[in-house]
Design a protein around this ligand. Structure first.
Ligand SMILES: Cc1cc2nc3c(=O)[nH]c(=O)nc-3n(C[C@H](O)[C@H](O)[C@H](O)COP(=O)(O)OP(=O)(O)OC[C@H]3O[C@@H](n4cnc5c(N)ncnc54)[C@H](O)[C@@H]3O)c2cc1C
Length: 344
């Protein structure tokens, strides 16, 4: 969002062994730690951060072929051979750019993460909020992650089951928020392609463009084109992607919403009411609020056009949430994480 103050210290770690050192540095000074990736889903407050920001700068992607080990010495990770069903395991160091991981997979004709093309950020952050887009989420392909546990002061492996993934959730941003530093991510990917029906916007795109190639490469190109048309490029326009979560409804709530004429999407992941639709219905699509633009093309996205401070963003957010609540009775929930001194 390009808002917020400065941090007292920033440590960039390039080796697993430097992770405990970084936490030790903070502990010696009695300072809190905030782990940052690329910052695509994180917002700073105006008073800055009176603590230590630690960033994973470990890069590298490698196939685990039974003997290969890019991970942390002494950690009993996914050293298994590739499975009989053709699934390949790759270990990605957390400082790798997520989109480079998608490119790596697509180049090999593997399916699993092609619809997650062009999501800005580092690989280590992908499991934190279980990134998802166009019908895929990282939990579909994730096998396990290597972490440093700041509470126990030890390296360990957390399996997919232990991470308890849900819509934009894992233990990393809920029950164990702030506890683990993600070092690497192991994914299981297989040769093949996504099954139809695809996500609505992909179906629309392929019918409009007469596309018959559904290979991972083709889906990556389609998703990239759809995203380029709809979403701001974070290197040019400051945003945090979707600023609010969609609203998930129980069956009773979904029926009540439908009775009022609200469009409820019933998907495999539950009954979803689009937050973008709610924002549009209260007339805020395309509006400029305290320097924050409610995107015309994707109303869930707030773009920092001329906001000067976190305070401006907070005012814009309050206005949007208030209008949606007054008209529909739903409180929108913010997606991006905030670096705060209070929670530290
Ligand atoms: C234009 C735009 C489009 C986007 N589109 C999507 C989308 O389609 N789908 C989607 O799911 N998201 C989307 N996002 C959100 C964002 O890209 C993802 O959340 C991404 O995973 C953030 O990665 P990051 O490295 O920037 O994480 P950051 O914002 O730096 O951090 C996010 C969270 O991860 C934690 N974290 C980061 N690194 C580590 C680590 N090594 N160990 C432990 N915790 C860590 C942080 O503490 C923080 O809680 C979008 C964002 C933008 C700006």
């Amino acid at each position: 969002m390009r808002l917020g103050g400065v941090a007292k210290y920033v440590i960039e770690v390039e080796q697993p062994a430097e992770v405990p050192e970084a936490y030790g540095f903070a502990a010696q000074r009695g300072l809190p730690v905030f782990v940052l990736g690329y910052g695509a889903n994180t917002i700073g407050r105006d008073d800055g951060f009176d603590g230590v920001i630690v960033i994973n700068r470990m890069r590298g992607i490698g196939e685990i072929d039974g003997g290969g080990d890019m991970g942390v010495d002494g950690v009993d990770g996914a050293d298994g051979a590739n499975a009989a069903d053709g699934t390949r395991r790759i270990r990605v160091m957390g400082g790798e750019y997520w989109d480079a991981v998608v490119e790596y997979s697509v180049n090999r004709g593997w399916t699993g993460i092609e619809a997650l093309s062009k999501i800005p950020g580092l690989a280590a952050a992908a499991p934190v909020q279980n990134i998802g887009a166009y019908g895929q989420q990282v939990s579909d392909s994730l096998v396990e992650i290597e972490v440093y546990d700041a509470v126990e002061g030890a390296f360990m492996v957390l399996t997919k089951e232990e991470l308890a993934f849900d819509y934009r959730k894992s233990i990393l941003n809920t029950t164990a928020s702030g506890r683990y530093f993600v070092i690497s991510v192991t994914l299981g990917l297989a040769p093949g392609q996504m099954a139809r029906p695809f996500y609505n916007s992909i179906e629309r795109y392929i019918s409009e463009h007469g596309i018959r190639d559904y290979s991972p490469r083709s889906i990556r190109e389609i998703v990239s084109a759809i995203r380029a048309e709809k979403l701001p490029d974070p290197t040019v326009q400051a945003s945090a992607g979707s600023f609010f979560h969609n609203i998930y409804l129980t069956e009773t709530e979904a029926e009540a919403a439908e009775d009022k004429g609200y469009p409820v999407h019933r998907g495999q992941d539950g009954n979803k009411l689009s937050a973008a639709w709610l924002i549009e219905q209260v007339g805020l699509k395309g509006q400029l609020l305290h320097g924050m633009r409610v995107s015309e093309k994707a109303p869930l996205v707030l773009i920092n056009e001329s906001a000067k401070s976190y305070e401006d963003l907070a005012k814009a957010r309050a206005e949007i949430m208030g209008k949606v609540y007054d008209k529909f009775g739903y409180w929108l929930e913010q997606e991006p994480v905030e670096i705060t001194n209070e929670s530290a």
